[in-house]
Design a protein around this ligand. Sequence first.
Ligand SMILES: *[C@@H]1O[C@H](CO)[C@@H](O)[C@H](O)[C@H]1NC(C)=O
Ligand SMILES: *[C@@H]1O[C@H](CO)[C@@H](O)[C@H](O)[C@H]1NC(C)=O
Ligand SMILES: *[C@@H]1O[C@H](CO)[C@@H](O)[C@H](O)[C@H]1NC(C)=O
Ligand SMILES: *[C@@H]1O[C@H](CO)[C@@H](O)[C@H](O)[C@H]1NC(C)=O
Length: 372
Amino acid sequence: MAMRLAAALRLLLVVVAAARGAAGGGGAKVPAIFVFGDSTADVGNNDYLPGSSARANFPHNGVDFPGGKPTGRFSNGLIGVDFIAAAMGFSRSPPAYLSLIAIAANNSSNSSKTTMAAAACMKGANFASGGSGVLDSTGTTINMTKQIEYFSDLKDQMSTKLGADKVSTLLSKSIFLISAGGNDAFDFFSQNISPDSTAIQQFCEAVISTYDSHVKTLYNLGARKFAVINVPLIGCCPYWRSQNPTGECIQPLNQLATRLNDEIWDLFNDLSSQMQGMKYSIASSYELVSSLIEKPQAAGLEEVRSACCGGGKLNAEKGCTPSSSYCSDRSKFLFWDLLHPTQATSKFAGLVFYDGAARFVSPITFKQLVEE
Ligand SMILES: *[C@@H]1O[C@H](CO)[C@@H](O)[C@H](O)[C@H]1NC(C)=O
Ligand SMILES: *[C@@H]1O[C@H](CO)[C@@H](O)[C@H](O)[C@H]1NC(C)=O
Ligand SMILES: *[C@@H]1O[C@H](CO)[C@@H](O)[C@H](O)[C@H]1NC(C)=O
Ligand SMILES: *[C@@H]1O[C@H](CO)[C@@H](O)[C@H](O)[C@H]1NC(C)=O
């Protein structure tokens, strides 16, 4: 497996080298974006995990994606990282890393599709995998350690082609976007509905110390600019509301997310004072959803409780599958399915994280992170 992957990577880089001239580039404000995290950022890596249930490469996902195609995004269309990448001058998120590998491994002819997909790799890659967490023990998909290993493999191949110095300059100017932590909280809470303070303390310590080590590993591989999306307001997602007889948010779960977010804030503050040249911006998915629940009209939304696509109470006891019912006015829903936002919400979030108020993104905005 490792050998086949290495061979596929070498092939990918050959294709990239051949295509570099045609890559276009144009208005991008950073050389590349590398994305890590969970289903809030996955653009199709899980499509390549045979037998995984954490996939979204079937209808009605993608119903509003260009061409109406399911891509592996847990959304009716584009997701937050697509809009963030667009604000940074790219067309959308860099491609799923495993799709690049599959295309290169499969490259029986130099079709333009292959060449173009591979060329995109020089503008970054998306390693995020639905179901994963900060903790490697969260989920059964591509854990964070493995996502970073994939990045390290890619960096090695880039260095072989471009030389270590050029790659190190490229990486130092690139954006490393991390959107993770929601599944860790979700799993912990599912297993301990009323955890005591010691259990909470131990859990938070484990998440933060693991987050610390992931960031240090990325820094040592050359990452300098970190764009972080914090733990969402998960207690208010339609799934958890559907589990509450009142249909209200599950507050202990939101309190857990708040605590993790406070500690993630402190972590990055500490890390940036220890590690020379490190810069970061933290976007608050938590605050964003919280503000939209209060004032949905800010994003043109009307329905903030139930899912557009799914089944059961609030359309959120079941996931979105080809046999689910789904809403026709998707631009009015905050949530697409039991856990994930609609394209409309993601678009609003992407713009706010890029250049919005300090309540939503601080200590600097993603835009300032790009420009520093
Ligand atoms: C690999 O090749 C097969 C056969 O040509 C094709 O059906 C499939 O879509 C290809 N996969 C990728 C990822 O390009
Ligand atoms: C893959 O594509 C590249 C560039 O288009 C080409 O040079 C190479 O021969 C192809 N590999 C295979 C196995 O067809
Ligand atoms: C294959 O690559 C060559 C050289 O890069 C190019 O001239 C040719 O048009 C490509 N063929 C296809 C089918 O893309
Ligand atoms: C993380 O992923 C790697 C590669 O799939 C695997 O070998 C390892 O066991 C995983 N770690 C945990 C704690 O599941």
